[in-house]
Design a protein around this ligand. Structure first.
Ligand code: NI
Length: 394
């Protein structure tokens, strides 16, 4: 099932892929500011000869039309960087912009997808159908995918495939599990209103600090007492702003947090329970509560046929032992929005290698990848598109 020409081409493009990735690494751009990155992608597409269109405000959609008509498979790479200070001092391609860094590896995704595109374009005579290439901005703020979808990227698409380089997995391992892979990630803000006053006379006040504290302690009971123990869920209050001075009883408390799970029914339960806890805790102390619950990314759930296709490619291309059964992560990925419109799958490409000091967590200033992983990622992109179109001819 593997296309051996693709394998050879990608191996031949390896050096230029790494050089391109390093160039992006030196010039990181934050979400929706990926102007230079977009220009660099366009330069490459023009050089190869692939038709493209720009999206607003940044990003590119390109398409390789096969010789014979068929389905359309979408390959997606995200292109944005983070407001993180790079701490890698042993490489000669550090970020040139202080306080900005490709600390999640999206530079590698961009380079891998362009390389896969170049190889697929060379064998377009063998393609039955089309390969749509999506260079998506603003994944880190979970807005890029929806921006691309609003601009028509999913029109006519039959299947979607994406990947993330993954430092938690060793650089010879790849994963694409059937079912949940990333969690939903919602934003929670709770405002409690009490009545301030002198710290010496609590009976004349309604202490918002007391209400907020009770809420933080109680809200964890939702996960432990109301959600099925076989369904993972996280409620985290990460920020609490309350009070002004040691002897002043706080009038207001503002709490912010994140809610994660893998199942929309669980998400609805969590949302309703958080509202109830906030209202009831506030009432217990004579305060009032306002809950603002904002939906973030959806759970990313791999469709089984697509995930199994990716698994079989991983095994054929890199050996049985390369296929890793990585557990789902409570991290989030806005690739989930594409999966609302078409079946597909999202793979993880291991890049951790202690010998090369690339085992650091994503978003850390020391994050880097074992660049040997790039060839594997590019190969997986290209072979997935080819195999999907082969399997799904009209
Ligand atoms: Ni990322």
């Amino acid at each position: 099932m593997l296309n051996t020409t693709l394998t050879k081409l990608i191996a031949a493009y390896c050096d230029e892929m790494i050089a391109f990735r390093r160039d992006l690494h030196q010039h990181p751009e934050l979400p929706f500011e990926e102007v230079r990155t977009t220009q660099r992608i366009v330069q490459q597409l023009k050089q190869i000869g692939i038709d493209y269109r720009l999206t607003e405000p940044t990003g590119v959609i390109a398409e390789i039309k096969g010789a014979k008509p068929g389905k359309t498979v979408l390959l997606r790479a995200d292109i944005d960087a983070l407001p993180v200070m790079e701490l890698n001092d042993k490489i000669d391609y550090q970020s040139t912009i202080s306080g900005k860094m490709h600390a999640c590896g999206h530079d590698t995704h961009t380079a891998m997808l362009l390389t896969a595109a170049k190889a697929l374009y060379q064998i377009r005579d063998q393609l039955t159908g089309n390969v749509r290439l999506v260079f998506q901005p603003a994944e880190e703020i979970a807005q890029g995918a929806n921006a691309m979808i609003a601009q028509g990227v999913m029109i006519g698409v039959d299947n979607v495939f994406g990947m993330h380089i993954w430092s938690k997995m060793r650089s010879h391992q790849l994963a694409c599990v059937v079912g949940p892979t990333f969690a939903s990630a919602d934003l929670l803000k709770v405002t409690f209103k009490g009545q301030g006053g002198h710290g010496s006379m609590p009976h004349d006040t309604v202490d918002a600090a007391m209400v907020a504290s009770a809420f933080v302690m109680n809200v964890q009971a939702i996960v432990s007492r109301e959600i099925d123990p076989l369904e993972p869920a996280v409620v985290t209050i990460g920020k609490m702003v309350v009070g002004t001075r040691f002897n002043v009883i706080a009038e207001n408390a503002v709490l912010e947090g994140t809610v994660r799970c893998f199942n929309l029914e669980v998400r609805n339960k969590l949302e309703a329970a958080i509202e109830r806890y906030a209202q009831q805790v506030a009432a217990m102390y004579r305060a009032t509560a306002k809950v603002e619950y904002t939906y973030g990314t959806l759970p990313l759930v791999n469709e089984s046929q697509s995930a199994l296709l990716a698994q079989s490619i991983i095994q054929q291309a890199f050996g049985e032992e390369a296929l890793h059964a990585e557990r789902p992560t409570t991290g989030a990925e806005d690739f989930s929005y594409y999966l609302e419109h078409a079946p597909g799958a999202f793979a993880l490409v291991g890049s951790g290698n202690p010998a090369k000091d690339t085992q650091w967590a994503h978003h850390h200033g020391c994050f880097n990848v074992d660049e040997d992983s790039l060839t594997r990622g590019a190969e997986l992109y290209a072979q997935y598109a080819f195999a999907y179109l082969q399997q799904n001819q009209f």
